[in-house]
Ligand binder design. Structure first.
Ligand code: ADP
Length: 297
């Protein structure tokens, strides 16, 4: 069993943006979802864990490996799939994986060949191995990305916004592939798409404005909201009035009409219907609560 322990991590960029505000988080083996709206600080955190950038203060340990003191050792056990995986567009999938394997120190040619064949099979790209990565669809590129991240038996795999731009079929295949990576490594999935976390992750955290606003199992967050989430379909011209009267955590259009979700400890009456909370409700209520705390300071 491995664990990644992040303690009191802070980072202020030269332009004054506080991207990481005293983050402490322990991540066990298995799939871990890091959720947050755009600009929350997810990529800053992922890059810091991957030792691609430094923090101002705090520490990160992968078991007893001090990531800041020993970034080279960390990189040997890290598989990193960045947001845009398109760095070597003009070479084939096979060439790309071979190149990465050499970079990761697998110098034995036979060993490299066997490993790459195994990985191509695993990500279902054996037939396309001699095609240029440039010609691949978004989903295929992401699968090459996962294959290269798996080279070298990583203990820690980081995937940053992996499903943005994938169609539903590709997204499904990518999810199944990630799930098959297994429970024996730490996989951190950073995303603003709530469904990615819902389908895959046994543990999660939510970030907003550089802060950690939730950590635990998805179910714990749902249990905390049990009996407190209510919904109602209203007219478009009523949205503002409802927002000032109720604690509206989300509104979306259903067949052209706003469907609002509100938080209330007791039955708000007025045509509201009680619902079983979802991870979306957890996400939106945490984001709203922290935005309000920030604006009242
Ligand atoms: P996320 O991945 O959740 O979208 P980021 O970590 O990319 O969030 O960004 C967090 C905040 O830091 C944002 O306000 C962003 O504009 C800012 N930011 C990110 N990278 C830099 C940088 N290199 N220099 C200055 N500000 C940055």
């Amino acid at each position: 069993m491995s664990s990644l322990k992040i303690s009191n991590l802070s980072k202020i960029y030269p332009n004054g943006v506080k991207a990481l505000d005293n983050i402490s988080l322990e991540i066990p083996n298995g799939m871990f979802g890091l959720l947050g709206p755009n600009g929350a600080g997810k990529s800053s955190l992922m890059r810091t864990i991957s030792s691609l950038q430094e923090a101002d203060s705090g520490s990160i340990f992968l078991d007893d490996l001090d990531v800041f003191k020993n970034p080279t050792a960390l990189r040997k056990v890290l598989g990193y799939l960045p947001q845009e995986f398109g760095v070597y567009p003009h070479i084939t999938a096979l060439q790309l994986l071979d190149h990465v394997a050499i970079l990761k120190g697998i110098s034995n040619k036979k060993e490299r060949k066997n490993l790459i064949e195994y990985l191509l099979e695993k990500v279902n790209l054996t037939e396309q191995k001699n095609k240029k990565v440039k010609s691949f669809s978004g989903g295929m590129k992401q699968r090459v990305g996962i294959a290269q991240a798996l080279i070298g038996n990583p203990k820690l795999i980081i995937v940053d916004e992996p499903t943005a731009g994938l169609d539903p079929g590709e997204r499904n295949r990518f999810h199944n592939l990630l799930a098959s990576v297994g429970e024996e490594v730490i996989v951190i999935l950073s995303t603003h798409i709530v469904d990615d976390v819902k389908e895959l992750c046994s543990n999660m955290a939510i970030m907003n404005s550089g802060q950690l606003v939730y950590q635990g199992t998805p179910q714990k967050g749902i249990d905390e909201l049990q009996g407190k989430v209510w919904r109602k379909i209203i007219s478009r011209n009523e949205v503002e009035a409802y927002q000032s009267k109720y604690y509206v955590i989300s509104d979306k259009l259903i067949a052209g009409k706003p469907l609002i979700h509100i938080l209330d400890e007791s039955n708000p009456e007025n045509g509201f219907e009680a619902i079983t909370p979802s991870i979306e409700d957890v996400f939106f209520s945490k984001i709203k609560q922290t935005n309000e705390t920030a604006s009242s300071l």
